[in-house]
Design a protein around this ligand. Structure first.
Ligand code: 5GP
Length: 431
C-alpha cells in the first residue's frame, strides 16, 4: 500500500507513436504502477494475448457495457470501439497506485474532463514519414488501414495543446528517460504527494489531531464562484482556490474520504479526491444538498461571489455608452442548507475580513452561521489572503477557544487547521 494518493497518467497520441512501449516501461520501472488493460471490439492481432494486451469482446457486449456505465471513457478508433474499465482504474487509485492509460486522444480528453488532476502526455511521432514506416512495418494492417491511421494521426495532433506534457519519440532511450522524468516530477509535486511526514517530525504537537479524520467523510468547498452577466462575461472574485485545495489535501492525507466541490479556480485540483466542478453559488448549493447529511464535516473554504446579475443576457452584450448592471444577493449556502436539512453536519467556516473589527465580524459570522469553528484571516495582512500562496490568522471554535497561526504557506496552514479541528472534536466538542 502506498501512502500517496493515486494518480492517472494518460499516454495518448497517434497509433504507431510508441505509446505502448513507453507505458510498459513505466510499469516495469516504478513501484505501485499498473497498466490499464482496455476492452476492444477489434479482433486479436498477431501475438496479442487476451487479458494482457486487451480484453476482446463483441460489439454487442461493448454496447451493453457502455449502457451499464462500465467504462470510464470509450471511443471509436479506426472503426473499432475501445474503452477503459472504471473498476480496474478505481481499484488501483484507491490503493494509492499510479495507473497508466495507453489510449487515443478522444479518450484522453474525456479523462481530463472527468479527472482534472490526471496527467496527459502526448506522444508525438518524429515525422509523418517515420510514422507511416512504423505502421507499414507492423505487417498487421493493409495499406488502406495504414492510410486511415495516417489521416487520424493528423487529426489527433491538433489536440496536442490540451495536454500537460509532450514528448517526441524519435530515439527510444531519450523517450524512456523523458517519460520517467515526467512521472518522477508528477510524484514529487505537492498536489500529488502526501504531506511530508518529515515536516510533522519537526513539531509533532502542532499536528496532533490529524488521526481523528481517518475514515471520516469530509466535504471541502473551494475556489471562487462565477455569476454570468452574458455568455462571455461574469462577476466573480480574486480567490485562487489555493486554501480550499490545501484543505482538501490535508484531509485527504489524514485519511479522510474527501469530496471536493470546486468553483473555477486557477490552480490544479488535488489528486486522490472526488471532485465536483461547479460554477455558480446555486450550483455549489445543489452539489452540497445531497451530500451534507452523510458527511462528518463541511469545510466552507470557497469564496462565493456574493452577488449575481439580476438578469442574464443570452448573447454578448454590445459595448456602447454606459452599462448599468443590477445585482442581487446569491443564496446564502449555509442558511439554505440549515433550513432544508434535518441532519446538518458540523461546519468549519472561513472569514476573510478587513479592518480593526475584522476579528469581531468573523466571530459574529461563526455564531450567525452556527459553525463549529471559523478561520479568520485578516485581508489587510501583507502577502496573505486571496491570490497569495501564504496565509495567517486565528481558528476560533464555538466554545471560545482558538489557535493562532503565524504566516506560513497555505498547504502548511491547512495541515495545522485540520489537526486543530481533529483535536477539537476529539475533546467531544460537536456542534
Ligand atoms: P490498436 O488497435 O493499435 O491497439 O489501438 C488503436 C488506438 O486505440 C491506439 O491509439 C490506442 O492507444 C487506442 N486505445 C487503446 N485502448 C483504448 C481505450 O481504452 N480507450 C481509448 N479511447 N482508446 C484506446
Amino acid at each position: 500500500m502506498n501512502n500517496s494518493p493515486g494518480q492517472l497518467i494518460v499516454l495518448a497520441g497517434p497509433s504507431g507513436a510508441g505509446k505502448t512501449t513507453l507505458a510498459h516501461h513505466l510499469v516495469e520501472r516504478f513501484e505501485f504502477t499498473a497498466f490499464s488493460v482496455s476492452t476492444t471490439t477489434r479482433p486479436l492481432r498477431g501475438s496479442e494475448i487476451e487479458g494482457v494486451d486487451y480484453f476482446f469482446v463483441s460489439r454487442e457486449e461493448f454496447r451493453r457495457r457502455i449502457e451499464s456505465g462500465y467504462f470510464l471513457e470509450y471511443a471509436e478508433v479506426h472503426g473499432h470501439l475501445y474503452g477503459t474499465s472504471r473498476e480496474l482504474v478505481a481499484e488501483e487509485i484507491s490503493r494509492g497506485g499510479t495507473v497508466i492509460l495507453d489510449i487515443d486522444v478522444q479518450g484522453a480528453l474525456q479523462i481530463k474532463e472527468a479527472f482534472p488532476a490526471s496527467i496527459l502526455i502526448f506522444i508525438l511521432p518524429p515525422s509523418p514519414g517515420v510514422l507511416s514506416g512504423r505502421l507499414s512495418s507492423r505487417n498487421t494492417d493493409d495499406p488502406e488501414v495504414v492510410q486511415r491511421r495516417m489521416e487520424m494521426a493528423a487529426w489527433e495532433i491538433r489536440w496536442i495543446g490540451s495536454f500537460d506534457y509532450y514528448l517526441c519519440n524519435s530515439r527510444l532511450e531519450d523517450s524512456l528517460l523523458n517519460v520517467e522524468s515526467i512521472l518522477r516530477g508528477c510524484r514529487l509535486k505537492m498536489v500529488n504527494t502526501s504531506f511530508p511526514q518529515e515536516v510533522i517530525a519537526f513539531t509533532p504537537d502542532r499536528f496532533a489531531g490529524l488521526e481523528h479524520w481517518h475514515g471520516r467523510r469530509v466535504i471541502v468547498t473551494s475556489g471562487p464562484t462565477r455569476e454570468a452577466l452574458d455568455r462571455v462575461r461574469y462577476i466573480s472574485n480574486r480567490s485562487s482556490g489555493r486554501m480550499g485545495c490545501s484543505m482538501a489535501m490535508a484531509f485527504r492525507d489524514a485519511g479522510a474520504d474527501v469530496l471536493f466541490i470546486s468553483g473555477p479556480a486557477c490552480i490544479s485540483h488535488p489528486s486522490g479526491v472526488d471532485t465536483v466542478p461547479v460554477e455558480t453559488a446555486q450550483e455549489m448549493l445543489d452539489a452540497l444538498v445531497s451530500e451534507v447529511e452523510k458527511a462528518d464535516l463541511l469545510v466552507m473554504a470557497a469564496a462565493v461571489s456574493d452577488f449575481r446579475p439580476s438578469a442574464f443576457h443570452d448573447g454578448k452584450t454590445e459595448r456602447s455608452g454606459t452599462l448599468r448592471i443590477e445585482l442581487e444577493a446569491t443564496p446564502d449556502i449555509l442558511s439554505e442548507l440549515d433550513r432544508t436539512m434535518d441532519n446538518m453536519c458540523p461546519v468549519m467556516a472561513f472569514a476573510l475580513e478587513f479592518g480593526p473589527d475584522g476579528e469581531k465580524r468573523a466571530l459574529g459570522k461563526m455564531k450567525r452561521k452556527g459553525a463549529a469553528a471559523i478561520f479568520y484571516n485578516p485581508g489587510d495582512a501583507p502577502g496573505t489572503g486571496m491570490e497569495a500562496s501564504s496565509n495567517q490568522g486565528k481558528l476560533f471554535f464555538s466554545d471560545g477557544s482558538y489557535v493562532e497561526v503565524k504566516r506560513s504557506s497555505k498547504r502548511y496552514i491547512a495541515e495545522l487547521l485540520t489537526a486543530a479541528m481533529g483535536r477539537y472534536f476529539m475533546k467531544g466538542n460537536e456542534s
